[in-house]
Design a protein around this ligand. Sequence first.
Ligand code: FAD
Length: 311
Amino acid sequence: MDTYPLTNFPDIRKKSVIHSAHGVLMIIPREGGSLARFYIELHSSTVPKSVTLAQLQESARKIFNPYELEFADTYWWSAYSIGQRLAERFHEQERVFLAGDACHTHSPKAGQGMNTSLQDGYNIGWKLGQLLSGRASASLLSTYLLERQKIAKTLIDFDRVWAKQIAAGKSVGDDGKEVDFSETFNNAEKLERLGEYLYSTPISLISKFTKPEEDIDSFIETIVILSGNRTETQQDQIPPCFMPVSGKYRMRDIHKIYIDDESYNYGHGHAYEFYGIDPDKGAIVIVRPDHLDVKIDGGAKGFKFNMILRE
Ligand SMILES: Cc1cc2nc3c(=O)[nH]c(=O)nc-3n(C[C@H](O)[C@H](O)[C@H](O)COP(=O)(O)OP(=O)(O)OC[C@H]3O[C@@H](n4cnc5c(N)ncnc54)[C@H](O)[C@@H]3O)c2cc1C
């Protein structure tokens, strides 16, 4: 289902898989910052047509437990059975050709179905074009089968392994040990003080420049960039004022917190080093609406804004 989740689950904006005694759920963050796709595996005896949205939501809630989960809205949902199927033949006498899901179907979790289908279409498309315009002989068409059938088989084989791996993963915390993060997040107190200074009362800096009917981040938006290791930082150690509830669905916006950690994909997180900021002191950078940096100041302590704004 494509849904707007209200949750305190920390990795809701990351591709992640949750394994629990209640089942397996895969999260794929979708465009726009708040929509997420959930893939939920139901029991193999489930009849897809009998599934209701309420059942899916209840399964998701159980899998998320002990994290909270509610649904502000659900944009799309569906229940279907997954089958890894490969057509025996991809053409009929080289007069009719099968492409896409008509000749290979599998689980959608690896995001390969449409990609492979488009490539099938492109492959047969240019060959038919060359034949019909008289630049190639009919024998060119046999290369469609040669090229695309083995791709489809590789895809299905990959999907079998992938689907099994996702279903068989070990639960986080299987050993029952709790991890104490309090030692690892050294600047929590400093961040707390900054949050109070910016937000805590109606005359605090950000509150006083924001109209009561507006979202708290609509005029001045704070972005927190922490140094350290993402996996050693708990979301609930970050003062909630830096993840304000906003927008149509009143969702907590966690896109305002970043960690200057090593990247898990490409590139790296050396922002502190690059900008010459001491991680123990930190810095505040004020960025104007035209993206020009107007002030850098070391540390939150004693920091004062000198702004030319009307309250
Ligand atoms: C939940 C989900 C998520 C997915 N996510 C991804 C992803 O992230 N990345 C990715 O690459 N792929 C993804 N896929 C797979 C992708 O959607 C399919 O592989 C792709 O749509 C296949 O394209 P197709 O043209 O072969 O078939 P389809 O898109 O199924 O098109 C076939 C069309 O033919 C029509 N039709 C059927 N019978 C008839 C008839 N008798 N007469 C006339 N018309 C008919 C159907 O209505 C349909 O419009 C996902 C699939 C699902 C279900």
